[in-house]
Write a protein that binds this ligand. Sequence first.
Ligand code: UD1
Ligand code: CA
Length: 494
Amino acid sequence: MNDVRPDAVIILAAGEGTRMKSTLPKVLHPIGGTPLLGHAMRAASAAGAAQTVVVIRHQRDRVAAFVEDFSARVERACTIADQDEVKGTGRAVECGLSALPADLTGTVVVTMGDVPLLSAETLGDLTRAHVEASAAVTVVTSVLDDAKSYGRIVRDADGNVERIVEFKDATEHERAITEINSGIYAFDAAVLRRELANVTTDNAQGEKYLTDVLQLARTAGGRVAAHVLTDLWQTEGVNDRVQLAELGKELNRRTCERHMRAGVTIVDPDTTWIDVDVSIGQDTTVLPGTQLVGATSIGAEAVIGPDVTLTDCEVGDGAEVRRAEGTLAVIGAGATVGPFSYMRPGTVLGAKGKIGGFVETKNTTIGEGAKVPHLTYAGDADIRAGANIGAGTIVANYDGVGKHRTVVGRHSFVGSNSVLVAPVEIGDGAYVAAGSAVIDDIGPGQLGVARGRQRNIEGWVDLRRAGTSTAAAAHAAAQLPSPEPTPDSSEDTQ
Ligand code: UD1
Ligand code: CA
Protein backbone atom coordinates (compact mmCIF):
# COMPACT_ATOMS: atom_id res chain seq x y z
CA MET A 1 0.00 0.00 0.00
CA ASN A 2 2.93 2.30 -0.46
CA ASP A 3 1.63 3.84 -3.61
CA VAL A 4 -1.72 5.13 -2.36
CA ARG A 5 -2.52 8.52 -3.85
CA PRO A 6 -5.55 10.76 -3.53
CA ASP A 7 -7.81 10.53 -6.57
CA ALA A 8 -8.51 14.23 -6.20
CA VAL A 9 -7.52 17.10 -3.95
CA ILE A 10 -9.87 20.03 -3.38
CA ILE A 11 -8.12 23.16 -2.08
CA LEU A 12 -10.45 25.68 -0.43
CA ALA A 13 -9.47 29.27 -1.20
CA ALA A 14 -12.72 31.21 -1.50
CA GLY A 15 -12.62 32.93 1.88
CA GLU A 16 -12.14 36.66 2.24
CA GLY A 17 -9.21 36.77 4.63
CA THR A 18 -10.33 40.14 6.05
CA ARG A 19 -7.88 40.02 8.93
CA MET A 20 -4.97 40.40 6.52
CA LYS A 21 -6.15 43.98 5.92
CA SER A 22 -4.83 43.76 2.40
CA THR A 23 -5.83 44.49 -1.17
CA LEU A 24 -3.86 41.37 -2.13
CA PRO A 25 -5.93 38.19 -1.69
CA LYS A 26 -4.78 36.34 1.43
CA VAL A 27 -3.77 33.16 -0.41
CA LEU A 28 -1.43 35.19 -2.66
CA HIS A 29 0.67 36.52 0.22
CA PRO A 30 4.01 34.73 -0.01
CA ILE A 31 6.23 32.92 2.43
CA GLY A 32 9.52 31.42 1.34
CA GLY A 33 9.10 33.19 -1.99
CA THR A 34 5.87 31.35 -2.91
CA PRO A 35 2.27 32.45 -2.34
CA LEU A 36 0.41 30.46 0.33
CA LEU A 37 -1.79 28.89 -2.33
CA GLY A 38 1.29 27.81 -4.29
CA HIS A 39 2.46 25.79 -1.29
CA ALA A 40 -0.92 24.05 -1.13
CA MET A 41 -0.92 23.38 -4.89
CA ARG A 42 2.57 21.98 -4.71
CA ALA A 43 1.75 19.65 -1.81
CA ALA A 44 -1.28 18.31 -3.70
CA SER A 45 0.77 17.74 -6.82
CA ALA A 46 3.68 16.14 -4.96
CA ALA A 47 1.24 13.81 -3.17
CA GLY A 48 0.43 12.50 -6.63
CA ALA A 49 -3.18 13.71 -6.76
CA ALA A 50 -4.65 12.67 -10.10
CA GLN A 51 -6.66 15.91 -10.16
CA THR A 52 -6.58 19.09 -8.12
CA VAL A 53 -9.36 21.66 -7.91
CA VAL A 54 -8.95 25.09 -6.33
CA VAL A 55 -12.21 26.62 -5.10
CA ILE A 56 -12.22 30.41 -5.36
CA ARG A 57 -14.59 33.34 -4.97
CA HIS A 58 -13.09 36.38 -3.24
CA GLN A 59 -11.02 38.36 -5.81
CA ARG A 60 -11.57 35.41 -8.12
CA ASP A 61 -9.82 36.84 -11.19
CA ARG A 62 -6.57 37.53 -9.39
CA VAL A 63 -6.55 34.17 -7.68
CA ALA A 64 -7.56 32.36 -10.89
CA ALA A 65 -4.72 34.04 -12.79
CA PHE A 66 -2.28 32.83 -10.17
CA VAL A 67 -3.66 29.26 -10.25
CA GLU A 68 -3.30 29.14 -14.03
CA ASP A 69 0.20 30.55 -13.90
CA PHE A 70 1.41 28.34 -11.05
CA SER A 71 -0.14 25.22 -12.63
CA ALA A 72 2.73 25.28 -15.09
CA ARG A 73 5.17 24.93 -12.21
CA VAL A 74 3.62 21.85 -10.63
CA GLU A 75 3.46 18.44 -12.20
CA ARG A 76 -0.27 18.39 -12.80
CA ALA A 77 -2.41 21.35 -13.75
CA CYS A 78 -5.05 22.53 -11.32
CA THR A 79 -8.67 23.19 -12.24
CA ILE A 80 -10.58 26.20 -10.96
CA ALA A 81 -14.06 25.94 -9.43
CA ASP A 82 -16.10 29.00 -8.52
CA GLN A 83 -18.05 29.00 -5.28
CA ASP A 84 -21.51 30.58 -5.50
CA GLU A 85 -23.16 32.86 -2.93
CA VAL A 86 -23.99 29.99 -0.56
CA LYS A 87 -21.50 30.22 2.30
CA GLY A 88 -19.47 27.67 4.15
CA THR A 89 -16.77 25.05 3.75
CA GLY A 90 -19.39 22.44 2.83
CA ARG A 91 -20.64 24.53 -0.05
CA ALA A 92 -17.05 25.22 -1.13
CA VAL A 93 -16.35 21.48 -1.39
CA GLU A 94 -19.64 20.92 -3.21
CA CYS A 95 -18.57 23.49 -5.79
CA GLY A 96 -15.17 21.82 -5.99
CA LEU A 97 -16.79 18.43 -6.63
CA SER A 98 -18.82 19.88 -9.48
CA ALA A 99 -15.54 20.53 -11.33
CA LEU A 100 -14.62 16.84 -11.03
CA PRO A 101 -16.14 13.94 -13.00
CA ALA A 102 -19.62 13.12 -11.66
CA ASP A 103 -18.69 9.44 -11.42
CA LEU A 104 -15.42 10.03 -9.55
CA THR A 105 -14.68 7.29 -7.01
CA GLY A 106 -11.92 6.75 -4.52
CA THR A 107 -10.39 9.24 -2.11
CA VAL A 108 -11.00 12.99 -2.20
CA VAL A 109 -8.66 14.97 0.04
CA VAL A 110 -9.72 18.44 1.17
CA THR A 111 -7.07 21.00 2.14
CA MET A 112 -6.92 24.78 2.47
CA GLY A 113 -5.16 27.43 0.46
CA ASP A 114 -3.97 29.25 3.57
CA VAL A 115 -2.21 26.29 5.26
CA PRO A 116 1.27 26.41 3.72
CA LEU A 117 3.35 23.96 5.77
CA LEU A 118 1.21 20.88 5.15
CA SER A 119 3.53 18.45 3.40
CA ALA A 120 2.91 16.07 0.53
CA GLU A 121 4.14 13.32 2.83
CA THR A 122 1.37 14.07 5.34
CA LEU A 123 -1.22 14.03 2.55
CA GLY A 124 0.16 10.65 1.53
CA ASP A 125 0.03 9.33 5.11
CA LEU A 126 -3.54 10.59 5.50
CA THR A 127 -4.66 8.93 2.29
CA ARG A 128 -2.97 5.66 3.21
CA ALA A 129 -4.48 5.59 6.72
CA HIS A 130 -7.88 6.41 5.26
CA VAL A 131 -7.75 3.65 2.64
CA GLU A 132 -6.29 1.04 5.02
CA ALA A 133 -9.08 1.70 7.54
CA SER A 134 -11.74 1.57 4.80
CA ALA A 135 -13.04 4.80 6.30
CA ALA A 136 -15.81 6.97 4.89
CA VAL A 137 -14.10 10.05 6.33
CA THR A 138 -10.71 10.57 7.97
CA VAL A 139 -10.12 13.92 9.61
CA VAL A 140 -6.68 15.30 10.48
CA THR A 141 -6.70 16.38 14.12
CA SER A 142 -4.26 17.82 16.64
CA VAL A 143 -4.29 18.14 20.38
CA LEU A 144 -3.61 21.73 21.44
CA ASP A 145 -2.99 23.38 24.80
CA ASP A 146 -5.07 26.31 23.62
CA ALA A 147 -7.74 25.05 21.23
CA LYS A 148 -8.89 28.62 20.43
CA SER A 149 -11.92 28.74 18.14
CA TYR A 150 -11.18 25.58 16.19
CA GLY A 151 -13.90 23.01 15.67
CA ARG A 152 -13.80 20.35 18.42
CA ILE A 153 -13.57 16.60 17.81
CA VAL A 154 -16.30 14.83 19.76
CA ARG A 155 -15.55 11.15 20.42
CA ASP A 156 -17.91 8.50 21.81
CA ALA A 157 -17.36 6.36 24.91
CA ASP A 158 -15.22 3.95 22.85
CA GLY A 159 -13.02 6.75 21.58
CA ASN A 160 -14.43 6.71 18.03
CA VAL A 161 -14.95 10.04 16.30
CA GLU A 162 -18.62 10.89 16.48
CA ARG A 163 -18.81 14.38 15.02
CA ILE A 164 -17.20 17.81 14.87
CA VAL A 165 -18.79 20.72 16.65
CA GLU A 166 -17.92 24.27 15.64
CA PHE A 167 -16.71 26.51 18.45
CA LYS A 168 -19.62 28.89 17.92
CA ASP A 169 -22.10 26.04 18.25
CA ALA A 170 -20.33 24.20 21.08
CA THR A 171 -21.48 23.82 24.67
CA GLU A 172 -19.19 24.74 27.58
CA HIS A 173 -18.41 21.04 27.97
CA GLU A 174 -17.53 20.63 24.27
CA ARG A 175 -15.37 23.74 24.28
CA ALA A 176 -13.21 22.06 26.94
CA ILE A 177 -12.16 19.41 24.37
CA THR A 178 -8.55 19.95 23.28
CA GLU A 179 -8.57 17.77 20.15
CA ILE A 180 -9.33 20.05 17.21
CA ASN A 181 -10.31 19.80 13.56
CA SER A 182 -7.44 20.96 11.37
CA GLY A 183 -9.82 21.36 8.43
CA ILE A 184 -7.97 18.74 6.38
CA TYR A 185 -9.71 15.49 5.51
CA ALA A 186 -9.83 12.42 3.30
CA PHE A 187 -13.30 11.44 2.10
CA ASP A 188 -14.73 8.57 0.17
CA ALA A 189 -15.87 10.40 -2.97
CA ALA A 190 -19.33 8.81 -3.10
CA VAL A 191 -20.02 9.43 0.60
CA LEU A 192 -18.89 13.04 0.28
CA ARG A 193 -21.15 13.71 -2.70
CA ARG A 194 -24.12 12.01 -1.09
CA GLU A 195 -23.85 13.58 2.37
CA LEU A 196 -23.04 17.12 1.21
CA ALA A 197 -26.50 17.13 -0.36
CA ASN A 198 -27.89 16.50 3.13
CA VAL A 199 -25.99 19.28 4.89
CA THR A 200 -28.13 22.24 5.98
CA THR A 201 -27.30 25.78 7.04
CA ASP A 202 -29.01 25.30 10.39
CA ASN A 203 -26.22 26.53 12.67
CA ALA A 204 -24.87 29.58 14.46
CA GLN A 205 -23.27 31.00 11.27
CA GLY A 206 -25.98 30.02 8.78
CA GLU A 207 -23.35 28.27 6.63
CA LYS A 208 -23.09 24.88 4.99
CA TYR A 209 -20.51 23.20 7.25
CA LEU A 210 -18.27 20.56 5.71
CA THR A 211 -17.84 19.25 9.25
CA ASP A 212 -21.47 18.06 9.28
CA VAL A 213 -20.54 15.37 6.74
CA LEU A 214 -18.81 13.38 9.47
CA GLN A 215 -21.89 12.81 11.60
CA LEU A 216 -24.05 12.17 8.52
CA ALA A 217 -21.57 9.60 7.21
CA ARG A 218 -21.46 7.86 10.58
CA THR A 219 -25.22 7.77 10.88
CA ALA A 220 -25.34 6.19 7.43
CA GLY A 221 -23.07 3.41 8.73
CA GLY A 222 -19.69 4.68 7.52
CA ARG A 223 -16.48 4.63 9.51
CA VAL A 224 -15.17 8.00 10.68
CA ALA A 225 -11.52 8.04 11.66
CA ALA A 226 -9.03 10.59 12.97
CA HIS A 227 -5.45 11.00 11.80
CA VAL A 228 -3.71 12.72 14.69
CA LEU A 229 -0.78 14.96 13.75
CA THR A 230 1.85 15.92 16.29
CA ASP A 231 3.69 18.33 13.98
CA LEU A 232 1.35 21.21 14.78
CA TRP A 233 2.90 23.64 12.28
CA GLN A 234 1.64 21.57 9.38
CA THR A 235 -2.01 22.35 10.01
CA GLU A 236 -1.48 25.93 11.10
CA GLY A 237 -3.29 28.45 8.87
CA VAL A 238 -2.62 32.10 8.12
CA ASN A 239 -5.34 34.52 9.17
CA ASP A 240 -3.33 37.71 9.75
CA ARG A 241 0.14 39.08 9.11
CA VAL A 242 1.42 38.02 12.52
CA GLN A 243 0.73 34.40 11.60
CA LEU A 244 2.17 35.03 8.14
CA ALA A 245 5.48 36.02 9.76
CA GLU A 246 5.41 33.11 12.21
CA LEU A 247 4.77 30.54 9.51
CA GLY A 248 7.32 32.22 7.24
CA LYS A 249 9.94 31.90 9.95
CA GLU A 250 9.11 28.26 10.59
CA LEU A 251 9.19 27.48 6.87
CA ASN A 252 12.60 29.13 6.66
CA ARG A 253 13.83 27.12 9.65
CA ARG A 254 12.72 23.96 7.86
CA THR A 255 14.33 25.05 4.59
CA CYS A 256 17.64 25.81 6.32
CA GLU A 257 17.51 22.45 8.09
CA ARG A 258 16.92 20.66 4.78
CA HIS A 259 20.01 22.30 3.26
CA MET A 260 22.16 21.61 6.33
CA ARG A 261 21.15 17.94 6.27
CA ALA A 262 22.17 17.88 2.60
CA GLY A 263 25.67 19.15 3.38
CA VAL A 264 25.46 22.96 3.40
CA THR A 265 26.97 24.87 6.34
CA ILE A 266 24.64 27.62 7.53
CA VAL A 267 26.38 29.50 10.30
CA ASP A 268 23.27 31.28 11.59
CA PRO A 269 19.91 29.97 10.35
CA ASP A 270 18.17 32.71 12.36
CA THR A 271 19.53 35.45 10.10
CA THR A 272 19.64 33.42 6.89
CA TRP A 273 16.56 33.49 4.66
CA ILE A 274 16.30 30.96 1.87
CA ASP A 275 13.33 30.73 -0.49
CA VAL A 276 11.92 27.27 -1.11
CA ASP A 277 13.08 27.07 -4.74
CA VAL A 278 16.73 27.90 -4.04
CA SER A 279 19.32 25.17 -4.63
CA ILE A 280 22.70 25.03 -2.87
CA GLY A 281 25.57 22.64 -3.58
CA GLN A 282 27.44 20.54 -1.08
CA ASP A 283 30.06 22.09 1.23
CA THR A 284 28.94 25.61 0.49
CA THR A 285 29.05 27.91 3.52
CA VAL A 286 26.35 30.49 4.06
CA LEU A 287 27.32 33.25 6.50
CA PRO A 288 24.96 35.37 8.64
CA GLY A 289 22.67 37.99 7.17
CA THR A 290 22.22 36.26 3.82
CA GLN A 291 19.01 36.15 1.77
CA LEU A 292 18.78 33.76 -1.16
CA VAL A 293 15.68 34.70 -3.08
CA GLY A 294 13.57 33.32 -5.93
CA ALA A 295 15.18 30.85 -8.29
CA THR A 296 18.73 31.44 -7.06
CA SER A 297 21.11 28.52 -7.42
CA ILE A 298 24.46 28.23 -5.66
CA GLY A 299 27.13 25.72 -6.61
CA ALA A 300 29.28 23.55 -4.37
CA GLU A 301 32.06 24.77 -2.08
CA ALA A 302 31.05 28.39 -2.44
CA VAL A 303 31.09 30.99 0.34
CA ILE A 304 28.05 33.27 0.45
CA GLY A 305 27.79 36.08 2.99
CA PRO A 306 27.91 37.73 5.35
CA ASP A 307 25.18 40.16 4.35
CA VAL A 308 24.43 39.04 0.82
CA THR A 309 21.10 39.29 -1.00
CA LEU A 310 20.86 37.35 -4.26
CA THR A 311 17.62 37.26 -6.25
CA ASP A 312 17.31 34.87 -9.19
CA CYS A 313 21.11 34.58 -9.41
CA GLU A 314 23.33 31.70 -10.45
CA VAL A 315 26.59 31.23 -8.56
CA GLY A 316 29.22 28.72 -9.68
CA ASP A 317 31.25 26.24 -7.66
CA GLY A 318 33.86 27.70 -5.34
CA ALA A 319 32.78 31.31 -5.85
CA GLU A 320 32.90 33.78 -2.96
CA VAL A 321 30.30 36.50 -2.58
CA ARG A 322 30.57 38.81 0.44
CA ARG A 323 28.40 41.78 1.42
CA ALA A 324 26.78 42.13 -1.97
CA GLU A 325 23.43 42.50 -3.67
CA GLY A 326 22.57 40.88 -6.98
CA THR A 327 19.54 40.34 -9.20
CA LEU A 328 19.48 38.13 -12.29
CA ALA A 329 23.27 37.91 -12.23
CA VAL A 330 25.50 34.97 -13.11
CA ILE A 331 28.69 34.53 -11.09
CA GLY A 332 31.18 32.05 -12.49
CA ALA A 333 33.05 29.27 -10.74
CA GLY A 334 35.84 30.49 -8.50
CA ALA A 335 34.89 34.15 -8.99
CA THR A 336 34.95 36.64 -6.13
CA VAL A 337 32.45 39.40 -5.42
CA GLY A 338 32.38 42.08 -2.72
CA PRO A 339 32.43 43.64 -0.32
CA PHE A 340 29.82 46.27 -1.19
CA SER A 341 29.07 45.26 -4.76
CA TYR A 342 25.80 45.78 -6.61
CA MET A 343 25.08 43.43 -9.51
CA ARG A 344 22.06 44.43 -11.55
CA PRO A 345 20.28 42.25 -14.13
CA GLY A 346 22.42 40.96 -16.96
CA THR A 347 25.65 40.90 -15.03
CA VAL A 348 27.69 37.86 -16.07
CA LEU A 349 30.97 37.36 -14.25
CA GLY A 350 33.25 34.72 -15.76
CA ALA A 351 35.13 31.99 -13.97
CA LYS A 352 37.76 33.33 -11.56
CA GLY A 353 36.70 36.89 -12.37
CA LYS A 354 36.38 39.62 -9.78
CA ILE A 355 33.86 42.30 -8.90
CA GLY A 356 35.25 44.26 -5.95
CA GLY A 357 34.26 46.98 -3.51
CA PHE A 358 31.85 49.73 -4.51
CA VAL A 359 31.38 48.36 -7.99
CA GLU A 360 28.00 48.50 -9.76
CA THR A 361 27.39 46.43 -12.86
CA LYS A 362 24.44 46.16 -15.22
CA ASN A 363 23.98 44.21 -18.43
CA THR A 364 27.72 43.61 -18.46
CA THR A 365 29.80 40.56 -19.23
CA ILE A 366 33.10 40.22 -17.43
CA GLY A 367 35.23 37.50 -18.99
CA GLU A 368 37.16 34.71 -17.40
CA GLY A 369 39.78 36.03 -14.99
CA ALA A 370 38.89 39.66 -15.72
CA LYS A 371 38.88 42.04 -12.79
CA VAL A 372 36.82 45.06 -11.85
CA PRO A 373 38.23 45.49 -8.38
CA HIS A 374 37.35 48.96 -7.07
CA LEU A 375 34.92 51.88 -7.35
CA THR A 376 33.53 51.32 -10.83
CA TYR A 377 30.27 51.57 -12.74
CA ALA A 378 30.08 49.19 -15.70
CA GLY A 379 26.85 49.24 -17.74
CA ASP A 380 26.21 47.65 -21.15
CA ALA A 381 29.84 46.53 -21.42
CA ASP A 382 31.80 43.50 -22.59
CA ILE A 383 34.91 43.28 -20.50
CA ARG A 384 36.75 40.37 -22.01
CA ALA A 385 38.91 37.66 -20.46
CA GLY A 386 41.89 38.81 -18.43
CA ALA A 387 41.12 42.53 -18.69
CA ASN A 388 41.78 44.77 -15.70
CA ILE A 389 39.67 47.80 -14.97
CA GLY A 390 41.43 50.37 -12.78
CA ALA A 391 39.94 51.97 -9.71
CA GLY A 392 37.36 54.64 -10.38
CA THR A 393 36.59 53.70 -13.98
CA ILE A 394 33.16 54.75 -15.22
CA VAL A 395 31.54 53.25 -18.29
CA ALA A 396 29.33 56.09 -19.52
CA ASN A 397 26.72 53.98 -21.28
CA TYR A 398 23.94 56.55 -21.50
CA ASP A 399 24.13 59.71 -23.57
CA GLY A 400 20.85 61.08 -22.29
CA VAL A 401 18.88 59.53 -25.14
CA GLY A 402 20.05 55.97 -25.74
CA LYS A 403 22.25 53.29 -24.20
CA HIS A 404 25.34 52.09 -26.05
CA ARG A 405 27.81 49.26 -25.62
CA THR A 406 31.44 49.38 -24.64
CA VAL A 407 34.03 46.70 -25.32
CA VAL A 408 37.28 46.22 -23.42
CA GLY A 409 39.41 43.61 -25.20
CA ARG A 410 41.24 40.63 -23.80
CA HIS A 411 43.99 41.34 -21.29
CA SER A 412 43.61 45.08 -21.77
CA PHE A 413 44.30 47.48 -18.94
CA VAL A 414 42.17 50.52 -18.20
CA GLY A 415 44.04 53.05 -16.02
CA SER A 416 42.39 54.44 -12.93
CA ASN A 417 39.78 57.16 -13.04
CA SER A 418 38.99 56.80 -16.72
CA VAL A 419 35.66 57.38 -18.42
CA LEU A 420 34.82 55.09 -21.33
CA VAL A 421 32.17 56.98 -23.28
CA ALA A 422 29.98 54.50 -25.17
CA PRO A 423 29.91 53.37 -27.88
CA VAL A 424 33.64 52.73 -27.77
CA GLU A 425 35.88 49.73 -28.30
CA ILE A 426 39.24 49.07 -26.73
CA GLY A 427 41.08 46.32 -28.58
CA ASP A 428 42.77 43.24 -27.17
CA GLY A 429 46.01 43.88 -25.30
CA ALA A 430 45.59 47.67 -25.19
CA TYR A 431 46.18 50.25 -22.47
CA VAL A 432 44.20 53.30 -21.43
CA ALA A 433 46.20 55.98 -19.61
CA ALA A 434 44.90 56.85 -16.14
CA GLY A 435 42.44 59.70 -16.08
CA SER A 436 41.45 59.40 -19.73
CA ALA A 437 38.06 60.31 -21.14
CA VAL A 438 37.97 57.79 -23.98
CA ILE A 439 35.67 58.69 -26.87
CA ASP A 440 37.48 57.02 -29.78
CA ASP A 441 38.33 53.36 -30.27
CA ILE A 442 41.80 52.17 -29.21
CA GLY A 443 43.40 49.43 -31.32
CA PRO A 444 45.08 46.26 -30.11
CA GLY A 445 48.47 46.95 -28.54
CA GLN A 446 47.94 50.72 -28.46
CA LEU A 447 48.07 53.05 -25.50
CA GLY A 448 45.22 55.51 -25.54
CA VAL A 449 45.89 58.80 -23.76
CA ALA A 450 42.91 61.06 -23.61
CA ARG A 451 43.69 63.83 -21.15
CA GLY A 452 45.62 67.13 -21.01
CA ARG A 453 49.38 66.78 -20.90
CA GLN A 454 51.02 67.79 -17.59
CA ARG A 455 52.93 71.12 -17.35
CA ASN A 456 55.04 72.13 -14.29
CA ILE A 457 55.36 75.91 -13.97
CA GLU A 458 58.58 76.95 -12.23
CA GLY A 459 58.29 79.59 -9.42
CA TRP A 460 54.48 79.68 -9.50
CA VAL A 461 54.08 79.40 -5.70
CA ASP A 462 56.53 82.26 -5.07
CA LEU A 463 54.69 84.39 -7.57
CA ARG A 464 51.13 83.69 -6.58
CA ARG A 465 51.29 82.43 -2.96
CA ALA A 466 54.11 84.47 -1.44
CA GLY A 467 54.10 84.51 2.36
CA THR A 468 52.03 81.35 2.78
CA SER A 469 53.18 78.22 4.60
CA THR A 470 53.21 76.55 1.23
CA ALA A 471 55.77 79.07 -0.02
CA ALA A 472 57.82 78.56 3.17
CA ALA A 473 57.81 74.80 2.64
CA ALA A 474 58.94 75.32 -0.95
CA HIS A 475 61.84 77.52 0.24
CA ALA A 476 62.88 75.03 2.88
CA ALA A 477 62.87 72.28 0.27
CA ALA A 478 65.10 74.42 -1.98
CA GLN A 479 67.70 74.78 0.87
CA LEU A 480 68.01 71.03 1.38
CA PRO A 481 71.09 69.35 -0.06
CA SER A 482 70.16 66.94 -2.72
CA PRO A 483 70.17 63.47 -1.22
CA GLU A 484 73.27 61.42 -1.97
CA PRO A 485 73.25 57.68 -1.71
CA THR A 486 75.29 56.48 1.29
CA PRO A 487 77.28 53.31 0.82
CA ASP A 488 75.72 50.25 2.46
CA SER A 489 72.59 52.29 3.24
CA SER A 490 70.46 49.20 3.06
CA GLU A 491 72.32 47.70 6.03
CA ASP A 492 72.27 50.97 8.03
CA THR A 493 68.52 51.21 7.92
CA GLN A 494 67.75 47.70 9.14
C1 UD1 B 1 -13.03 25.50 9.67
C2 UD1 B 1 -13.73 24.31 10.27
C3 UD1 B 1 -13.27 24.12 11.71
C4 UD1 B 1 -11.76 23.96 11.73
C5 UD1 B 1 -11.09 25.11 11.02
C6 UD1 B 1 -9.61 24.86 10.86
C7 UD1 B 1 -15.90 24.24 9.19
C8 UD1 B 1 -17.33 24.52 9.32
N1 UD1 B 1 -15.16 24.52 10.23
O1 UD1 B 1 -13.39 26.61 10.46
O2 UD1 B 1 -13.86 22.99 12.28
O3 UD1 B 1 -11.31 23.85 13.06
O4 UD1 B 1 -11.64 25.29 9.71
O5 UD1 B 1 -8.99 26.01 10.40
O6 UD1 B 1 -15.46 23.73 8.17
N2 UD1 B 1 -13.62 28.64 2.72
C9 UD1 B 1 -14.15 28.63 1.45
N3 UD1 B 1 -15.46 28.95 1.27
C10 UD1 B 1 -16.26 29.27 2.31
C11 UD1 B 1 -15.71 29.27 3.60
C12 UD1 B 1 -14.39 28.95 3.78
O7 UD1 B 1 -13.45 28.34 0.49
O8 UD1 B 1 -17.43 29.56 2.07
C13 UD1 B 1 -12.22 28.30 2.89
C14 UD1 B 1 -11.42 29.47 3.43
O9 UD1 B 1 -10.85 30.21 2.39
C15 UD1 B 1 -10.36 28.76 4.26
C16 UD1 B 1 -11.02 27.47 4.69
O10 UD1 B 1 -12.11 27.27 3.83
O11 UD1 B 1 -9.23 28.43 3.49
C17 UD1 B 1 -11.46 27.51 6.12
O12 UD1 B 1 -12.36 28.57 6.26
P1 UD1 B 1 -12.54 29.31 7.63
O13 UD1 B 1 -13.62 30.32 7.49
O14 UD1 B 1 -11.23 29.75 8.14
O15 UD1 B 1 -13.09 28.11 8.50
P2 UD1 B 1 -13.41 28.17 9.99
O16 UD1 B 1 -14.79 28.65 10.17
O17 UD1 B 1 -12.31 28.85 10.70
CA1 CA C 1 -9.62 29.55 9.72
